[in-house]
Design a protein around this ligand. Sequence first.
Ligand code: PAF
Length: 290
Amino acid sequence: MSDQFTSPINTVEEIPGLRALVQAQRQQQASIGFVPTMGALHAGHASLIEQARQDCDFVVVSIFVNPTQFGPNEDFEKYPRLREQDLSICQAAGADLVWMPTKEIMYAPDFSTVVEVKALSQILEGATRTTHFQGVTTVVTKLLLSCLPDVAFFGAKDYQQQAIIRRMCLDLNIPVEIKTCPIIRDRDGLALSSRNVYLSEAERASALSLSQALKLAKEKIDAGETDLNQLKADMQQLLSTTPLVKLDYATIVDTHTLEEISAPQPEMVALIAAYVGETRLIDNCLLPPV
Ligand code: PAF
């Protein structure tokens, strides 16, 4: 076990050490909140930790840049690793323990089991990032089974991810409540993402088109628009005419099945994915019932 109890916050690396610490809390009837992350923490992650702090007695954050959810040409190598900064954010937001397993701890050389949520993982993000969600669901299963929290907190920005994780926990009877917390945005509307650091000044300006397109869809619905195909076309038009933006999808889907819809219904979400320069960004917003 290579646990450390140095300031600023308690950290643990090995799974038996994590389990012992969580178990000790359980024996004192503490409820366990868990915030899984890949580090490079920002105010969006801090809001998840703060929510966990409010809802639970003992808050565990995991930091693990999970290699299996990155495609071969994606940014695994350059993904920001900011250990000290991340630990300060965890502490300031109220975490009790940060679990930072190594790749060797999470994936033995002969590791050969995957978890896949079939249909939901193949559409939208999964249509182009074909192994991404299998990597996410496999690691999240391992993280949940290692920590065994009462509640796990995920950000709404990764809308498809939280929907897949909910489905997975239901299907596999994983006894954890999944709580989805609101997107945190910069003042100008850009959804916070660890990948925003890759954006140049010009790209960052263009990236605002994602939240602007969502705002446009919402405003048009508020103004009485009921033609969802027109709304999708409006979002696509705004995005595809913004410099540096290469649109992947801008669509409106059912909040649970994530199937594209063309007629209004009570629960709908608009989802966008686009490259801004080389950086893939996603954003979404729940739409008011029409
Ligand atoms: O959302 C993320 O940061 C990651 O996909 C997660 C859930 C921590 C799994 O690696």
